[in-house]
Write a protein that binds this ligand. Sequence first.
Ligand code: NDP
Length: 477
Amino acid sequence: GTAQIGVTGLAVMGRNLARNFARNGFTVAVHNRTASRTDALVKEFGDEGTFVAAHTPEEFVAALERPRRLMIMVKAGDPTDAVIQEFAPLLEDGDVIIDGGNAHFEDTRRREKELRERGIHFVGAGISGGEEGALHGPSIMPGGSAESYASLGPMLERIAAKAEDGAPCVTHIGPDGAGHFVKMVHNGIEYADMQLIAEAYQLLRDVAGYSPARIADVFRSWNSGRLDSYLIEITAEVLSHVDAATGEPFVDVVLDRAEQKGTGRWTVQIALDLGVPVSGIAEAVFARSVSGHADLREASRHLAGPTAHRLGEDEAAAFSDRVEQALYASKIVAYTQGFHQISAGSERYDWDIDLGRVASIWRGGCIIRAAFLDRITSAYEARPGLPVLLSDKSFAEEIAAAQDDWRTVIATAVTQGVPTPAFAATLAYYDSLRAERLPAALTQGQRDYFGAHTYHRTDRDGTFHTLWGGEKNEVES
Ligand code: NDP
């Protein structure tokens, strides 16, 4: 065979990735379960590069140069296993299967192990950037063996997005499921980013009394500062869009029930398993869930709330600046939590993930791309063992400068009855980390009281229990 890469699964993502490879000068074998998609791709885009259309798995495998590189872009879950079972018997030692779908990292670990035992490299690669990213340059998070990356990496670097300094947005994340794990947390952070932006919008709407068009202008101005990011940019676009049918702001005619495909939920489930507090991400997932419970919301509309107090024009402008501070501070906390989760996953599974590198490959191509990510890279470069991102000197200073406004915004939200779960959760996390003493000591006392669960003391080593039922003597256990 002559093709340097093959792509099977030619729906939006696979088709665009195949075109991206071809446009970058690679010969690409293409295959899809339903052959008409394969022919349609070659018919429509054949002039963009060199494609080899394959109609059977055998033809597809035969079209590939060795060691073969075969990328699977099918529906995540059982279809991925089905396709692996179909192709693996046709492959040979040293061939590489890449799964670019949104697989759960535990599935990737299982698949990698099974295929490794059969002499085949399996690379679970997180790909972010949607349909457009796939065509013009996604952010790619490949896991798998270092050996497979040696042969695959240079090709991925060609098709990946380029950051502003020209660096490709791809790096070998770590062994087996590391890539899909990092992609999962990326999506969790994306949920948090979106929810924080949504809360900022709601405050500007309800407290400052701004129209969607005016809020769009506010976001546009924020986008030229430290919040410069893809999500802030598209927020301004969405808010300034007017519905053609009604002439109303688009955001007012869309049903307010947020949907989800599951990667945010996975992030929180895994965080719970790892014991990592990702409260900002969790609140973002729950906020979508609350929005979806139309029945509960309908039954609750009559419940009492505070009297609304609209701000005057000058007050509103000052409040809007405060919301920017709050958004930025909460964002730092959300990323802090996400990077803590990556660090915990890396430790648990022995992945040795370079956190600064992760931030740097998110600078382009992906949904959370932002100027801000450079700062995270610098923070980890300055101090690779940084225990918690927000303790980085420059982030800590920014939060110090923002904190009064951050608190005022959340206090205002509370007194005005505007729900800001992600703002509030990230501030609570910040204050919890800062606290000299947490009420966890009381929790330990309660646990010891009702369940003899024991406790440790601040003043000496050992495990203790108080005999609560009697004279309350303390015993060492
Ligand atoms: P879909 O997830 O809609 O999957 C459709 C493709 O899967 C078709 O090519 C279909 O073949 C194939 N397929 C489904 N079941 C089987 C099966 N049992 N055997 C063989 N082929 C099968 O496509 P997308 O392009 O949207 O996504 C592909 C992957 O990329 C998914 O894992 C998705 O989660 C992930 N992803 C998607 C993003 C997006 O923005 N859409 C972004 C990042 C990742 P057929 O034509 O024969 O039905």
